[in-house]
Design a protein around this ligand. Structure first.
Ligand SMILES: *Cc1c(COP(=O)(O)O)cnc(C)c1O
Length: 403
């Protein structure tokens, strides 16, 4: 198709987005899709030939490049090669997949677990396999896009409650018919704000109104809880989440997603979820890397201690400088800017000083709440964090954001 000679909704959408991107590039505000040339120690990277402190990474425990994990991946390549013979249901299942799923169910204290090739797809397929027309899903307003897409794909009635507002959730649950299937779903740690869902209350409400509870632990595995096993451990609660979803692409330095839960639920997903049946299995190296990473989390608890100390230093420091970091309690630290322009400007000033942070603008967040979204990991050292905060402070001061 010649995009230039046709005028319809699709070509207009393409043109409108191109215009926005071109405008951002024109102002030298385009920071997306920059290639990392080399991963260096202490959470540093080389980008455009310059060594920068990485403050946009999800590798919360600094496990990318861990020798034990790399070794496990290499062994898997030697044993199985680089791909599989197809989808899990047919010839694609390897022993390493079963080992990984057993490791996950042990880590999450559930009867069983299933893996998929991305976290995004895990949410799509899980929600749309469990829910359908006439059912009701209740989703936090700032849940991850993959949750929203899964809810829409399911065809169920889609109800959104105000962010972490349990009274609003209860009102919506009360108004739903008593005899339909209900699913309450939320991020454990919200991916743009860094705050934590009120698990005790959401568990109570789900029970009271006979709804399943699904929690997305993309940012809590390896981060929350005394041993890093996630949000239930953080709140000192046992096995209270029906559908425990997580990714293998953040703290776990691989790719993929999982659901852990009761055997009946997992068996259903294994035979009824389309992403499992119609999409190829995880490659052996990635399955083996993920399997080893869960073990490293438990074997090296000092990483979590370092993450917690670095998080306290970073949030405390930025707050005392006068920045608004919203309600974050975790390694995801928003620095509120307001307009898109301000978020771009602050990012630019930081990157010029070799602090790699990224802006998050609308529609990823609500208009007016554009921000720098900075993260720290266990791999940063405190002196580097201090320096990065100073860079952010000087930039913010020059822009009149702080005094
Ligand atoms: C990153 C993320 C996902 C998607 O995971 P991928 O493995 O990157 O596909 C899902 N949910 C949340 C909350 C996330 O932050």
């Amino acid at each position: 198709m010649d995009f230039h000679s046709v005028d319809n909704n699709s070509t207009r959408r393409i043109a409108a987005l191109k215009q926005r991107v071109d405008e951002i590039k024109k102002h030298d505000f385009y920071f997306y899709n920059q290639a990392v040339e080399e991963m260096l120690p202490d959470s540093k990277v080389r980008v455009n030939g310059r060594v920068m402190g990485m403050y946009a990474s999800y590798s919360y425990l600094g496990l990318v490049g861990h020798p034990r994990i790399n070794e496990a991946a290499k062994r898997a390549v030697d044993k199985f090669g680089t791909g599989t013979n197809g989808v899990r249901t047919l010839a694609g299942t390897l022993t390493i997949h079963n080992e990984l799923e057993e490791t996950i169910s042990n880590f999450k204290h559930t009867e069983s677990a299933i893996t998929y090739t991305s976290g995004y797809v895990t949410n799509l397929t899980t929600i749309s396999s469990l829910m359908g027309r006439g059912d009701y899903v209740f989703s936090d307003k700032i849940n991850h896009a993959s949750i929203v897409d899964g809810c829409l794909m399911s065809g169920a009635e889609f109800r959104r409650f105000r962010h972490n507002d349990m009274e609003h959730l209860e009102g919506l649950l009360k108004n739903a018919p008593a005899d339909v299937s209900k699913l309450v779903i939320a991020d454990s740690v919200f991916s743009m704000d860094g705050d934590i869902i009120d698990l005790p209350k959401i568990v109570e409400l789900s029970k009271k109104y006979n709804a399943w509870l699904m929690i997305d632990e993309a940012h809590s595995v390896g981060v929350l809880g005394k041993r890093g096993t996630g949000i239930e451990e953080h709140f000192g609660m046992g096995d209270v989440i029906d559908i425990k979803m997580g990714t293998l692409s953040k703290t776990i330095p691989s790719v993929g997603g999982y659901v852990a839960g009761k055997k009946e639920l997992i068996d259903y997903l294994r035979h009824g979820s389309r992403a499992y049946i119609f999409s190829a299995a995880l490659p052996p190296a990635q399955a083996a890397a993920a399997n080893e990473a869960f073990k490293v989390i438990l074997d090296e608890p000092e990483r979590l201690d370092r993450l917690n100390a670095n998080t306290q230093q970073f949030i405390g420091g930025l707050k005392s400088m006068g920045f608004d970091t919203l309600l974050t309690e975790t390694a995801i630290v928003p620095v509120l800017c307001g307009t898109d322009e301000k978020a771009f400007e602050l990012t630019k000033r930081c990157q010029e000083q070799d602090v790699f942070v990224l802006p998050v603008v609308s529609p990823a967040v609500q208009e007016g709440l554009s921000r720098l979204r900075a993260t720290v990991t266990a791999a940063h050292n405190p002196a580097d964090i201090e320096h990065a905060m100073d860079v952010i402070y000087q930039a913010g001061k020059a822009m009149g954001m702080v005094k």
